[in-house]
Design a protein around this ligand. Structure first.
Ligand SMILES: NC(=O)c1ccc[n+]([C@@H]2O[C@H](COP(=O)([O-])OP(=O)(O)OC[C@H]3O[C@@H](n4cnc5c(N)ncnc54)[C@H](OP(=O)(O)O)[C@@H]3O)[C@@H](O)[C@H]2O)c1
Length: 352
């Protein structure tokens, strides 16, 4: 019988997510019916948003059911088809979940066909040329619209979205401050062009932040929330803008924080604050992908990513991303490409 390895939700996490919340299973893969396809996952994206989907509370997507594979974006290849629009070999992007193989009864609409260029690593289509790049672009280019001379602060700057946001803000001519955790990731953010980087793991971070922004902050790309968000609000200039992208600091708290204690400053400083969800920008996805691909090809932007190589690494990598996150976009490659094969294709794509 055709079977698939998968990782399912064993129990709803209470507070910090841990390995007991997940279970590894082997599940049967049913035959393909008329109009359907069978796909095998190639790449699976690890995103902080998954933590929200594990909770049973109202959100922009329904909660993952107990016993169901964990919802996750990914890239897959069609292995069997009874649908002329998706012949075997077609590469598709969509919610593959934490599983090797599955049958999709009606692929049209929910699965996007990809025609990836040979010299661009496929994983870029989950990161900088996928939702990650689109998220950063929406926050920086559509909402914040930084100008030459503006001071832009990016929290979560070493992560998937942050590494792109830092580079886009620099590209717009702003003075860019990043926040990252630990010396190594701070150095990586500096290498992307940030003018100053605050180490959030350093006790002295409030002083560092004030020093880094002597003229205040004009634009804030907020990925984290928590105490650093409050300090950043204190430093905002009148008529500043905030692109509220994520609040990762609270994702593992049983009781989500009510909000920053200095919320009233958003009023007195007349701050334009825009929460956003990348799914609302899907109609701009092709245009933004072409824009970012061009910046990479001309050497003006770099893709930062960490690629792991087995389904079993998913739970721990996801859990660790809230404490000691990997740099850039975190992806699991189920084809198990070696690091040297990968770095050869990457450097070719980054040098284009
Ligand atoms: N609105 C949308 O549509 C949308 C779309 C995608 C992502 N998001 C959100 O955007 C944020 C970044 O996503 P991502 O994909 O870039 O995630 P990511 O790759 O996991 O990066 C997040 C980074 O945040 C830092 N971090 C972790 N815990 C933190 C804490 N408690 N306080 C401050 N920083 C912390 C970590 O870096 P360091 O350890 O180096 O600090 C981590 O690498 C998340 O909040 C995510 O939910 C929103």
């Amino acid at each position: 019988m055709n079977t698939s390895q998968q990782i399912v939700l064993a129990a709803r996490p209470h507070g910090h997510v841990n390995s007991a919340d997940f279970r590894h299973e082997e599940a049967p893969v049913p035959p393909v019916e008329e109009g359907g396809i069978e796909i095998e996952s190639l790449l699976i994206s690890i995103d902080p948003a998954i933590r929200g989907w594990l909770d049973d509370r109202p959100s922009y997507l329904p909660p993952v059911a107990i016993g169901a594979p964990i919802r996750a974006l990914g890239i897959a290849r069609v292995t069997a088809s009874r649908n002329d629009e998706f012949p075997p070999g077609t590469i598709v992007r969509g919610f593959v979940g934490w599983q090797q193989r599955q049958v999709i009864a009606t692929p049209a609409g929910t699965w996007q066909k990809l025609d990836p260029a040979q010299d661009v690593p496929l994983e870029h289509h989950l990161g900088i040329l996928g939702m990650t790049g689109l998220t950063a672009w929406a926050g920086v280019n559509d909402i914040l619209q930084p100008q030459l001379g503006h001071t832009v602060l990016v929290s979560g700057a070493s992560g998937a979205v942050g590494t792109v946001a830092v580079q886009l803000a620099k590209h717009a001519g702003a003075y860019v401050i990043g926040i990252a955790g630990g010396a190594e990731k701070c150095a990586m953010v500096t290498s992307l062009g940030a003018d100053a980087v605050i180490d959030r793991k350093d006790r002295d971070w409030p002083t560092q932040l004030k020093r880094a922004a002597p003229n205040g902050i004009d634009r804030l790309f907020e990925n984290a929330g928590g105490p650093m968000f409050e300090s950043a609000i204190n430093l905002l200039n009148d008529h500043a803008r905030i692109a509220l992208c994520g609040l990762i600091d609270g994702y593992n708290l049983e009781q989500r924080p009510a909000g920053p204690s200095n919320f009233g400053m958003l009023l007195t400083k007349r701050v334009l604050t825009q929460g956003f969800i990348v799914l609302d920008y899907m109609d701009r996805a092709n245009e933004v992908e072409a824009y970012l691909a061009n910046l990479i090809a001309s050497g003006q932007m770099r893709a930062v990513q960490t690629v792991l190589s087995s389904l079993d690494q998913l739970p721990d990598a996801f859990i660790e991303s809230f404490t000691n996150g990997h740099p850039g976009k975190l992806i699991v490659d189920l084809q198990g490409k070696t690091a040297s094969e990968r770095s050869m294709t990457e450097s070719a794509a980054n040098q284009k």
